[in-house]
Write a protein that binds this ligand. Structure first.
Ligand SMILES: [Zn+2]
Length: 285
């Protein structure tokens, strides 16, 4: 599942569509999308004005004359955006068959072809007003962003100290930190020498502050490495990220720790798998 850095990379790729005018749209035969058919068709003739990010959400801003139209997009588990030049698109044999899991297709006056592909349909692209977007609980309650510069340490400390649960669970809550998922959670806990099963009240303010800085650092490193490609995620030009080659614990259970040689462990934590080094990350009881 794409985390904040991957979504940010997708956003930067989509910004290349700024000021381009949509002249055709195709919608997949899925109720999530066909139910908005009229709203989508209304986008024909509009231009992309901006694409913003909030946590793992993208907010599209279209301009149609003097009118502004906004849409909320979430990639879900497997969502990707692809951009093709007319020539590259022409080289693909029956593209709509090849990308049969596409949900939206935009054609631009400039000749570009853009697809939102979502194999499992957990993602979404919904046309709604900015007020409606701001009113979504998953937007309204977003905590400090994992990529914020400088990192919003104060707000992170306040959010963490409100909770008594295990730190590995808290970091997956978007009100505690926005844009964090299972990968960067595991890596930042390793870098901070904190065991994912330690409960927040056992951590000192200094440890929480250090953890916030490490989350921010690992996310920025991921952004600069093109993100982590495990399954479906790619950049808009189809290239894979490289961050997966830099993991210290995530997906490495049974391997020796890069720091001390102890075997990395994994265990289920609230339905997600946590990875840690039992020597570098001793649990605080
Ligand atoms: Zn270790």
């Amino acid at each position: 599942m794409p985390e904040g850095p991957e979504v940010e990379i997708v956003r930067l790729g989509l910004l290349s569509l700024k000021h381009q005018i949509i002249d055709d749209i195709k919608i997949a035969n899925h109720p999530k999308y066909t139910s908005q058919r009229k709203r989508f068709e209304y986008l024909i003739g509009s231009e992309i004005n901006d694409v913003a990010r909030r946590g793992k959400f993208l907010i599209f801003n279209f301009k149609r004359g003097k009118e502004t139209i906004t849409a909320l997009n979430h990639l879900g588990m497997t969502g990707v955006w692809h951009i093709y030049t007319d020539k590259k698109w022409g080289d693909i044999k029956s593209p709509f068959e090849k990308f049969k899991h596409y949900k939206l297709y935009f054609h631009f006056e400039s000749g570009l072809h853009v697809l939102f592909i979502n194999v499992r349909t957990f993602g979404k692209f919904e046309i709604m007003s900015m007020e409606e977007i701001e009113d979504q609980p998953s937007i309204k309650k977003l905590g400090p962003d994992i990529l914020s510069v400088p990192f919003e340490s104060k707000s992170f400390l306040i959010q963490m100290k409100r909770r008594k649960l295990e730190v590995g669970k808290a970091l997956l809550n978007y009100s505690v930190i926005a844009g964090c998922g299972n990968i960067y959670k595991s890596e930042a806990l390793f870098n901070s020498h904190i065991n994912p099963f330690t409960r927040i009240p056992k951590l000192t303010d200094n440890e929480i502050n250090r953890l916030g800085i490490e989350l921010n650092k690992v996310a920025i490193e991921a952004l600069n490495s093109g993100g982590s490609t495990l399954k479906d995620y790619t950049q808009v030009d189809g290239y894979a990220g490289l961050m997966q080659n830099k993991f210290n614990v995530y997906g490495l259970a049974g391997e020796p720790c890069s720091r001390c040689g102890t075997i990395i462990e994994k265990r289920d934590q609230g339905g997600r798998t946590s990875f840690w080094c039992p020597n570098c990350q001793v649990i605080k009881m």
